[in-house]
Design a protein around this ligand. Structure first.
Ligand SMILES: [Zn+2]
Length: 432
C-alpha cells in the first residue's frame, strides 16, 4: 500500500516537473479578488465622474487598499479649470433649436459662429463634400472621433425630430451662441511606491484610472483595471525582496476628460520619468476578448524624456465637459495620439509571455488612453484591455464582468513586468 502510494507520488512529481511552467505560483483567487474591488467601486460607490465627491471616494479607497498592503501611498490632488457650458442656442431664420451636445474648442475664446452649415445623418462625407472647417449639424451621437478626425469647425448634435426640420433649411444661414464660463474643479491621482530590494532609481509604472464616464457605474471601465492594480500591488509586495526595479502603482483621476490625470502627473513628475523603463496600463479588462497594445514601431526621435507635446492651450485642461455637454475639436491632439514608441524589446517581452501562457490576446496599435501620455513623452508604454463589453453607459455593471479575463490579465501583466525587470540585468537591451 505504502509502496503503491510512494510510486504514485513519484509519478505525480515527475508529471508536475514535466509541466510547462506557466506562472510563478500566481494566486488562483486573483480574479475573484479583483472582482470584489469592482463590486465595491461600481455598485457601492457607483458613478465616479471627474471632479465629483464619489471620484474622491474611489481614490481614497484605492489609497486605503494600497496602504493596507504595506505600500507607501500618496493622494496627489490637483485642481483644473474648464469651460462650464450653461446653454447653447442654434438659430436658423426665425426658429431656435435646442442643442444636445457640442464639439468645439472652448479654450480659444470663440463662442459665437455664423454662416452656412452642412447636415450629416450617416458617417462619411455627404456627396463627397469635405466637412473640414465647416459647421456641422447632426443627430448622430457617439461619433465624436469621426468628426474630430475630419477637422470639423463646430459640430452641433440635435434631436432627430429637429434634425429633420433643419435638414430642409440647409441653404439658410445659422447663428450659434454658446454661453458659459471657466470654472475650477478638484481631482486626484493616487501614487503608491514599492521599493526594489536593490538600490536603483529605475522604476516601472503600473497604471489604471478610477474615474468613470457620466451616468456609468464603470465596472469594466475602469473598476476592473483599478481592482487589478490593487491586486498586482499585493502580489509584487509579497515578492519585494526579489525586485530589481521600483514599481509605482498609479491610479489616475479624470481619464474620461481626455487623459487629464495622467497629463497632470506628467507635468508634475516630468524630469523623474527619465528613469521610467515601462508604463503599463490596464483599462477595461473585464470583457471576454483580450487585447494588448503591441505594434512594433517608434516614429519619433525623443530628444527629451518626459516632455509634453499636447497643444499648450489644452494642457492641464479637460477635453470634455463635466457632464459631457461639449467635447473638444483640436486637430493637434490627434497628431500627438499618432506618436508610437514600441521598440523591439517590449514586443519580444509581450510575445514571449503570450507564448508561455498560451493565452489568446489580440495585438493592436495605439488604444489611446493614459499610456499615450507616456508614449508621447518618449517612455515605452503599453496597455492591456478587452473588448465585448458595453462601457460609458449605465449598463456597465459588475454583472457583465468576465472573471476569467481578470485572472488572465493578472497573469499576463505579472509576467510582462517581471520579464521587463529581467531585462534590466542587461541595461544595454533596455536602452536599445
Ligand atoms: Zn477607461
Amino acid at each position: 500500500m505504502i509502496r503503491t502510494f510512494v510510486f504514485c507520488l513519484t509519478i505525480f512529481i515527475i508529471l508536475l516537473s514535466g509541466c510547462k511552467k506557466t506562472t510563478r505560483s500566481f494566486p488562483d483567487d486573483f480574479g475573484e479578488k479583483v472582482y470584489r474591488h469592482i463590486v465595491h467601486l461600481s455598485a457601492q460607490i457607483g458613478e465616479r465622474e471627474s471632479g465629483s465627491d464619489s471620484e474622491a471616494l474611489a481614490a481614497n479607497y484605492v489609497r486605503g487598499q494600497l496602504i493596507d498592503i504595506g505600500i507607501d501611498t500618496e493622494l496627489e490632488k490637483f485642481s483644473f479649470e474648464t469651460f462650464r457650458l450653461d446653454s447653447a442656442i442654434l438659430k436658423i431664420g426665425d426658429s431656435k433649436y435646442e442643442v444636445k451636445q457640442i464639439y468645439f474648442n472652448p479654450y480659444d475664446s470663440i463662442y459665437s459662429f455664423q454662416g452656412n452649415f452642412i447636415t450629416i445623418d450617416s458617417i462619411g462625407r455627404p456627396d463627397g463634400q469635405s466637412i473640414t472647417d465647416r459647421i456641422v449639424i447632426t443627430h448622430l451621437e457617439n461619433q465624436y472621433f469621426f468628426f474630430a478626425k475630419e477637422n470639423a469647425r463646430l459640430v452641433l448634435i440635435v434631436d432627430p425630430f429637429n434634425y429633420k426640420e433643419i435638414k430642409r433649411l440647409e441653404n439658410a444661414l445659422c447663428d450659434v451662441g454658446i454661453f458659459g464660463k471657466m470654472a475650477n474643479y478638484q481631482s486626484q491621482n493616487v501614487a503608491g511606491h514599492l521599493i526594489a530590494s536593490v538600490k536603483t532609481k529605475k522604476f516601472i509604472i503600473i497604471g489604471a484610472h478610477h474615474d468613470t464616464y457620466p451616468t456609468s457605474p464603470g465596472a469594466d471601465d475602469n473598476a476592473s483595471g483599478v481592482g487589478a492594480l490593487i491586486e498586482l500591488a499585493r502580489y509584487f509586495k509579497s515578492m519585494e525582496d526579489r525586485l530589481n526595479t521600483n514599481i509605482r502603482f498609479i491610479s489616475f483621476g479624470s481619464e474620461e476628460k481626455g487623459i487629464l490625470g495622467s497629463r497632470i502627473y506628467l507635468n508634475q513628475h516630468g524630469p523623474e520619468l527619465e528613469d521610467c523603463i515601462l508604463m503599463y496600463n490596464m483599462d477595461n479588462i473585464g470583457g471576454p476578448s483580450l487585447m494588448i497594445e503591441a505594434k512594433k514601431g517608434v516614429n519619433r526621435n525623443f530628444h527629451v524624456i518626459g516632455g509634453n507635446e499636447f497643444p499648450a492651450i489644452t494642457r492641464n485642461r479637460p477635453w470634455e465637459a463635466i457632464g459631457s455637454s461639449w467635447r473638444i475639436l483640436e486637430p493637434e491632439i490627434f497628431e500627438v495620439f499618432a506618436i508610437t514608441n514600441k521598440p523591439e524589446w517590449i514586443i519580444n517581452v509581450i510575445d514571449e509571455v503570450l507564448q508561455e501562457l498560451e493565452i489568446e490576446v489580440r495585438k493592436t496599435g495605439n488604444l489611446g488612453a493614459d499610456q499615450q501620455t507616456f508614449t508621447q513623452a518618449g517612455i515605452v508604454a503599453t496597455s492591456i484591455g478587452t473588448s465585448g463589453n458595453v462601457f460609458h453607459t449605465p449598463d456597465d455593471t459588475h454583472l457583465q464582468i468576465n472573471k476569467t479575463s481578470l485572472q488572465q490579465v493578472g497573469q499576463i501583466s505579472t509576467e510582462i513586468i517581471l520579464k521587463t525587470m529581467d531585462q534590466m540585468k542587461d541595461r544595454k537591451m533596455i536602452l536599445q
